[in-house]
Design a protein around this ligand. Structure first.
Ligand code: ZN
Length: 375
């Protein structure tokens, strides 16, 4: 009898939980595009049900005074090998992780956490395309490789079958690497399979080449030199985005090359200048940090990348877009990245105003996934 009562109580509370509806009144709203003061937002059935400039009457009200409500964040460059990383991200308000080189056997399990409000949602490239013994093969898990353009179509089909949401290609000449023809064939095959093709480069010359060959995005900014004026002008007609991963560059300099923080930031400064050049001609800049490289975490370290992008010259609002609406647009994250009527109530409530002071993003106090609080 007692157990029966307990079960019915449990059922009742979980029913209430799934039906959770509430209002946040008088909040500063960044909706993924614009900042609006003194807004009210009604959440119901896991979605944004209504947005108004007048307070909304409701029995369950959160006072948003002095706070800012934003779409949940996305980290557009990670490597996830354990569900604990999805939890670490979710706690920091990073509710979407875009994996750029996956262990393919883990994909179904990782995607199985989508309904959990303790875990971030996982998206992935599957195994990245690389040459035998190339960059990406050194991590001790099975990595598919290829050597010639004729193999590109099968390679892409294999990744799509394994559950890839987009295709990642590695051009990294410090080891054996794919040549231009194979890289180009992979980009074409990805597009034929209706997938974006994103590329790892470290050299400006490779960046120029793959972007001319219609890559959709770069998952790092190049680090060797600046694009020449000719290369830069030549890219003005191309459509692409860049995930600079500036924090990764800083940490790699400090940990791998044993540089002081000042020396590392000096190197990062050159990359920030390249980011600014791209930003000024309208290239979308997306936030990513490449954890666990450089001992970077899956959650709060993304805030540091936002600061580095702000220091590079992006406006605070464009920095916020880099981790919200822009990744949603460029990686087709359905109903995410914006807080508008009909979108998912994936959102963070921040004490302070990150739309003017980007460092306030570290004051993220409450995280909601589909309207349910992440505890
Ligand atoms: Zn990476």
């Amino acid at each position: 009898m007692k157990t029966k009562l307990l079960y019915s109580l449990l059922f009742f509370t979980s029913f209430l939980f799934s039906q959770e509806s509430f209002v946040i009144n008088n909040v500063r709203l960044f909706d993924g595009e614009k900042v609006k003061e003194n807004m009210s937002i009604l959440i119901a059935d896991g979605k944004v049900s209504k947005i108004a400039s007048e307070p909304i009457q409701h029995q369950n009200i959160i006072d948003g005074k002095g706070k800012t409500l934003l779409p949940a964040l996305t980290n557009a460059h990670v490597h996830v090998w354990a569900p604990a990383s999805l939890e670490q991200a979710a706690k920091a308000g990073v509710l979407n992780l875009l994996d750029m080189h996956a262990v393919e056997t883990l994909i179904p399990m990782m995607k199985g956490f989508r309904a959990s409000n303790k875990h971030a949602d996982y998206y992935c490239a599957g195994g990245a395309a690389t040459a035998p013994k190339g960059h990406g093969t050194q991590y001790g898990f099975p990595t598919p490789t290829l050597t010639k353009p004729e193999e590109a179509k099968d390679f892409v089909e294999g990744r799509v079958k394994a559950g890839a949401d987009y295709i990642k290609i590695i051009r990294e000449p410090w080891k054996a690497t794919l040549n231009e023809e194979t890289t180009k064939a992979l980009i074409t095959a990805a597009h034929e399979a209706n997938k974006k093709a994103v590329i790892h480069v470290s050299k400006a010359v490779d960046a120029h080449e793959v972007l001319k060959n219609k890559a959709d995005g770069l998952v790092h900014i190049w680090e060797d030199t600046s694009l020449t004026k000719e290369q830069f002008d030549d890219l003005k007609g191309e459509e692409f985005f860049v995930i600079p991963t500036l924090l990764t560059m800083q940490k790699v300099q400090e940990l791998f090359y044993k540089k002081t923080k000042e020396q590392a930031l000096e190197k990062v400064k050159n990359m920030q200048d390249e980011v600014k050049r791209l930003y000024e001609i309208g290239v979308p800049i997306l936030a990513g940090t490449d954890p666990p490289n450089g001992n970077i975490n899956y959650g709060t370290d993304l805030y540091k990348e936002l600061k580095l992008l702000n220091d590079a010259g992006l406006s605070t609002v464009d920095v916020l877009k880099s981790a919200t609406s822009l990744p949603a647009i460029h990686f087709n994250l359905k109903d995410k990245g914006f807080l508008k009527e009909g979108y998912r109530a994936d959102m963070i409530l921040v004490d302070g105003n990150p739309t003017e002071n980007i460092e306030d993003i570290a004051k993220t106090k409450r995280v909601f996934k589909q309207g349910k609080e992440v505890k």
